[in-house]
Design a protein around this ligand. Structure first.
Ligand SMILES: [Zn+2]
Length: 457
């Protein structure tokens, strides 16, 4: 089997992936700031990195997957005022909404899911190291800043030069030595939550949280740090700056997923509500939304439209129907296998579009094989194996919730079939055919068996 190659944002090239420890991988993925329900842009990152994780597991790695929750932030505080509930209630409410969305899309739960507010001690320790070694300073007002001038390497991930960095015209230099210095810690404001530190009461800066939590769970050096493209600067640059100034090697490989776009732009706020995961799940099943979000290469923008989503869902139902037919021909669920062609695609920087082409080809062979059990077992096994890595295996019990809908579907389809049978008996073949066509247009396949008709997607 070919070896895994991944694109590293830092080197801007694809290189063979080599884990720091044999057969073990540590991944840190920047999680949500829990201040609103998740939209599909948020959840795409979860799906993309879940595919990476599943592929690493399938190829024999033990994966430690850390995805944090940013549960203190300006936006959360604003929301608390707006919703007239405590800030922590806002955070918990939307953390739950994210968890529900991840679950609905079959994203494996992280090994660790640390909340920022649970790691203040680790953040204070990190700031202490940075102040002691002269990388950071506390000007006395409760803020703590990192002195970016002193860094040997800064902005190498985003390929910028410090002197080219735009600074705000009105940058307040009362406390900062340089307008580009960024806050590790923010002094308490009246009425806002705060935690005591040796430098005054305050709350964590966003960047510091991730450095402290990555260090706490993955150590001074780990394999992969991930996030959306928009996090490269300033968030990831600042994570690197703090961590390396503290003497940590930090992440070996940097991976960034592209956005979900609408009209070529990063998802617009105006479409915001309709693109919330919970709203879209009223139109398609979780497994279909996952298939759609995972179908593009993770580094390619995914231009969203409801038409494209519907088309993708229809395509997925054809894959499901193929596996359902295989199950009925074989008399058992096809056994998943990882085909060499699929592995080659995944090893090529997770080339899902090529993997989908392979799935389509396996289905074509399976579908043209009549009921040759050997061919069906092989092709359906390959398709199921591929689907399990993409997190879209229809036999996965996690999608059982959609099966409870099947009971209702069962009743409705039986009713339609009785109508078709009645039409046939009175020799109204036009009506019988129309009913059959309408059932087919829903993506449902009906087979006549000795025990009566049986249906599948
Ligand atoms: Zn982060």
């Amino acid at each position: 089997m070919s070896a895994l190659n991944l694109y590293d944002t830092k080197t801007r090239s694809i290189a063979p992936f080599k884990s720091l420890k044999p057969k073990q991988v540590g991944i840190y993925l920047c999680g949500a700031t829990v201040q609103a329900p998740p939209h599909i842009g948020h959840i795409r990152s979860g799906v993309n990195f879940d595919i990476l994780r599943r592929w690493l597991i399938a190829t024999g790695y033990e994966v430690t997957f850390v995805r944090n929750v940013t549960d203190i932030d300006d936006k959360i505080l604003h929301k608390a005022v707006h919703e007239e509930i405590p800030w922590w209630a806002v955070a918990m409410k939307y953390e739950r909404a994210f968890t529900d969305a991840y679950n609905a899309l079959n994203v494996l739960p992280p090994t660790y899911e640390p909340r920022a507010t649970g790691h203040i001690t680790q953040m204070i320790n990190l700031m202490q190291i940075l102040i002691d070694n002269g990388s950071a300073y506390a000007p006395g007002n409760g803020d703590v800043y990192l002195e970016v001038r002193k860094l040997k390497e800064y902005l190498t991930l985003s390929n910028q030069k410090l002197d080219d960095l735009q600074t705000a015209e009105d940058a307040d230099l009362t406390y900062k030595k340089d307008p580009r210095d960024f806050a590790l810690w923010k002094a308490a404001k009246a009425g806002d939550p705060s935690w005591p530190t040796p430098w005054g009461d305050g709350r964590p800066g966003w960047h510091l949280e991730c450095s402290a939590m990555a260090h706490a769970y993955l150590g001074e050096a780990f394999d992969i740090h991930g996030g959306g493209l928009d996090l490269i600067f300033p968030h990831h640059e600042n994570e690197i700056a703090q961590s390396q100034a503290a003497g940590y090697k930090f992440a070996n490989t940097w991976m960034h997923n592209a956005w979900v776009t609408t009209s070529g732009e990063k998802m617009s706020k105006s479409l915001g509500n309709s693109l919330q995961v919970q709203e879209i799940l009223k139109k398609v099943r979780g497994i279909e939304l996952r298939w759609y979000l995972g179908s593009a290469h993770y580094r390619s923008m995914l231009e969203f439209s409801f038409d494209a989503l519907a088309e993708s869902a229809t395509a997925f139902r054809r894959v499901e129907a193929f596996l359902a037919r295989a199950k009925s021909v074989l008399g058992a669920e096809p056994q998943p296998v990882i085909a060499a062609e699929f592995a080659a695609a995944m090893n090529d920087d997770l080339a899902v579009p090529q993997a989908l082409a392979f799935i389509a080809e396996s289905m074509r062979i399976g579908n043209t094989s009549a009921d040759d059990k050997k061919v069906i077992a092989k092709t359906a096994g390959e398709v199921r194996g591929a689907l399990s890595i993409l997190g879209c295996d229809p036999f996965d019990p996690v999608f059982a919730a959609s099966k409870s809908n099947d009971a209702a579907m069962d009743g409705l389809i039986k009713l339609a079939l009785e109508q078709r049978e009645a039409a046939r008996l009175r020799k109204d073949f036009a009506a019988a055919d129309a009913i059959r066509d309408q059932i087919a247009s829903l993506g449902v396949i009906v087979e006549d068996t000795p025990n009566g008709p049986r249906w599948s997607y």
